[in-house]
Write a protein that binds this ligand. Structure first.
Ligand code: NAD
Ligand code: DAU
Length: 334
């Protein structure tokens, strides 16, 4: 099998590539990535010289590049996106371009290349947000995106389904909970807080830390996608569930692992449009045989240790990068 992975230099894409090549040693992977601020070649360093791995630097919005990258491809796993909610509050248009137009360009090329499968990696945020006692999202929950990020991902999901219905393109979609693990960019909650603390700084916790997320280990996400590729029904949507935790609880756990106290928390204003809670009903995926293998509390400790031991990976990423806290509280042009 030959796979085209888009966005393979990002957090989930790079973990997926490592996972896939380890578990499918006869397969070949082409990684198409624009290397935005979020693409890190260092995450794939040990694949240099691997005959089953090829890297193409290119933009998914560029039709020529995409057509070329798709030659001889059996399966597409589409991760490439602008992925950070805070950035979408400050600079929404690049989200529309990459996430909506980029996905459409890939879908068009996939039709032309007659690929066997197109798997689209999406997010639970397309369903909006939940109150504490609301039942979790399921594949029939109406879409209700509330940020430019989630609206652009919703747009991409609709396009993927439209290519199935109109042209019969063999697609599947997964809408996943928050991921954590190695090689996550230090802009997101868990790596930002760990690296701030390792740098002797405080952690900016929004509100009182009352917002709730589900957390899934990135390698469980890779396994879930593998299962969907192997056993999923074409045209179907699979929600991927994680373990539910409040942000304050996650923060306290990180502080605890590092032996630090609550005085390192700085409570800050919410980001605009801050969704309160996401939760997923993963029964369609469980029916395919999926079970999480990572326990959040144990593996979060391992993740903290990884950032402690891999400062060479994350230190250069934080250096000189503007902090967006004020902008995400005030909004575009604020
Ligand atoms: P990321 O920001 O870490 O990586 C995105 C990658 O895409 C980067 O390597 C970047 O260079 C590349 N990219 C961006 N624009 C591109 C373009 N125009 N052309 C080619 N490459 C481009 O993102 P992530 O956290 O790894 O997320 C991957 C996917 O999973 C996204 O589609 C995201 O919406 C989805 N998702 C993420 C999470 C999460 O918790 N991180 C949860 C659910 C779903
Ligand atoms: O649910 C899946 C989504 O999870 C993915 O689609 C997104 O790509 C991914 O970024 C993530 O979105 P979130 O907005 O939930 O993740 P983030 O790490 O940015 O924030 C998690 C929670 O922590 C959220 O309630 C906001 C809060 N937070 C975040 C940061 C970065 C803080 O309190 N302080 C911070 O500095």
């Amino acid at each position: 099998m030959k796979l085209l992975v888009t966005g393979g230099a990002g957090f989930i894409g790079s973990n997926f590539i490592h996972y896939w090549l380890k578990n499918h040693p006869d397969d070949k992977i082409v990684n198409l990535d624009k290397l935005t601020y979020a693409g890190h070649m260092e995450s794939l360093k040990n694949l240099e010289g691997n005959p089953n791995y090829q890297f193409i630097k290119g933009d998914i919005c560029d039709e020529e590049v995409v057509k070329k990258a798709m030659q001889g491809i059996d399966i597409i796993v589409h991760f490439a996106a602008e992925s950070h909610v805070d950035r979408s509050v400050v600079d929404p248009l690049i989200f529309v371009k990459t996430n909506v137009l980029g996905t459409a360009v890939l879908l068009n090329a996939a039709l032309g290349a007659k690929v066997k499968k197109f798997h689209h990696v999406s997010t639970d945020e397309v369903y909006g947000d939940l109150d504490v006692n609301d039942p979790p999202f399921n594949p029939d929950t109406p879409y209700d995106p509330r940020t430019p990020y989630s609206a652009s991902k919703a747009g991409s999901d609709h396009l993927v389904r439209a290519y199935f219905k109109t042209y019969g393109l063999p697609i599947t979609i997964s809408n996943c909970a928050n991921n954590y693990g190695f090689y996550q960019d230090p802009e997101k909650l868990i790596p930002r807080f760990i690296t701030n603390l390792l740098d002797g700084e405080k952690v900016p916790l929004m509100g009182k830390g009352e917002n709730i997320r589900e957390w899934l280990h990135v390698l469980d996400h890779a396994r879930a996608i593998e299962l969907i590729l192997e056993k999923g029904t074409l045209g179907e949507t699979y929600l991927i569930q994680g373990e539910e935790r409040g942000n304050l609880e996650v923060t306290m756990k990180i502080l605890d692992v590092l032996g630090l106290g609550e005085d390192r928390i700085e409570y800050v204003e919410h980001r605009l449009g801050h969704d309160f809670r996401y939760a997923n009903n993963g029964s369609e995926l469980e029916a395919l045989g999926f079970k999480r293998t990572y326990n959040f509390d144990e593996s979060l400790e391992e993740v903290v240790r990884w950032y402690q031991e891999n400062k060479d990976w994350w230190k250069p990423l934080k250096k000189g990068r503007p902090v967006l806290d004020r902008e995400v509280q005030k909004g575009y042009g604020g």
